[in-house]
Design a protein around this ligand. Structure first.
Ligand code: SF4
Length: 287
């Protein structure tokens, strides 16, 4: 959408906002710098980088309240579960709202007048129109220009390729538990230091997040980054199962994208997370 706006195929955006969880792959930060240098700045579109902190550090900091990631849980009785996904709200939506209020001139806790709002573009393509949602506040009105244009993911990839941006990486935390095996393999096979980083993190959250443990809300089961619920260093990431494809709702003709690891990611207002996922309390938290 930034490129479409910069190139006049969409109206000129006033700003682009990147909500940084502090734990994106290095390729994403490099890509963002490139977009800013080659597309946004020449077009006069400022990229605002906003943040609520570093999700990796916060998860391991006993003094920090932690908005939980969607971790795979194995309970003591062998039952499987998941922790609730709260991190998108904390690390993506919250800092964007804070920035938008400032741009409007009504920082929290000021009340934003009824007739003051921004139009916010959310980049969902026609393949995933069901993810298009309204914002939950009156001062932001969501629009979905790619859907308005009738563009599918394939159209977007073709356009990016025409701009020399075929290698656009998917934005998500390095240790996002909803990575498919292809994404885990990609990290392992292309970036040993980032692989070591996620393997370390996976081991560090085995007993749940640090704050919960420090405050006596110990996880009675074990937490994992990989859906197999075994340590990431031993997880069967070389296997792409039919179930994995089905779970990710990837059509057969999108298989190449799965292999390239571009289908899993995190998007404010378009989160693929399971809103009905059980809470940590449902999976063996002592109180
Ligand atoms: S990428 Fe995953 S872990 Fe990171 S903020 Fe988004 S939902 Fe949470």
């Amino acid at each position: 959408m930034l490129a479409l706006s910069a190139n006049g195929l969409l109206p000129k955006a006033d700003y682009a906002i990147f909500a940084d969880t502090g734990w994106e792959p290095r390729a994403v930060y490099r890509h963002l710098d490139r977009l800013e240098r080659e597309i946004a700045t020449p077009a006069g579109i400022p990229i605002l980088r906003v943040s609520s902190g570093n999700i990796r550090q916060d998860a391991l900091d006993p003094a920090h309240r932690f908005a939980s990631m969607p971790l795979y849980i194995l309970n003591q009785d062998g039952k499987q579960g998941m922790t609730r996904r709260q991190c998108t709200g904390e690390y993506k939506i919250k800092p964007i709202k804070r920035q938008v209020r400032e741009l409007l001139g009504y920082p929290y806790p000021q009340r934003v007048p009824k007739d003051i709002f921004v139009e916010q573009w959310v980049g969902i393509s026609t393949d995933e129109f069901h993810r298009a949602k309204d914002a939950d506040v009156r001062y932001m009105r969501n629009r979905h220009p790619l859907i308005d244009l009738g563009w599918s993911r394939t159209d977007c990839i073709r356009y990016l390729a025409s701009l020399g941006l075929a290698d656009t990486p998917k934005s998500s935390c390095l240790g996002f538990p909803f990575h498919g095996n292809a994404q885990w393999r990609h990290i392992r096979d292309t970036s040993p230091s980032e692989w070591a980083d996620v393997v370390d993190f996976d081991a560090a959250i085995r007993q749940g997040n640090a704050r919960a443990n420090a405050s006596g809300n110990r996880l009675l089961g074990e937490a994992f980054l990989h859906r197999s619920r075994v340590p990431l260093s031993e997880a069967p990431i070389d296997h792409v199962t039919a179930a994995e494809r089905a779970a990710l709702q990837i059509a057969a003709d999108d298989a190449d994208e799965l292999e390239n690891g571009v289908v899993d990611g995190c998007s404010p207002w378009a989160c693929r997370g399971d809103a009905d996922a059980p809470t940590q309390d449902d999976f063996g938290l002592a109180t």
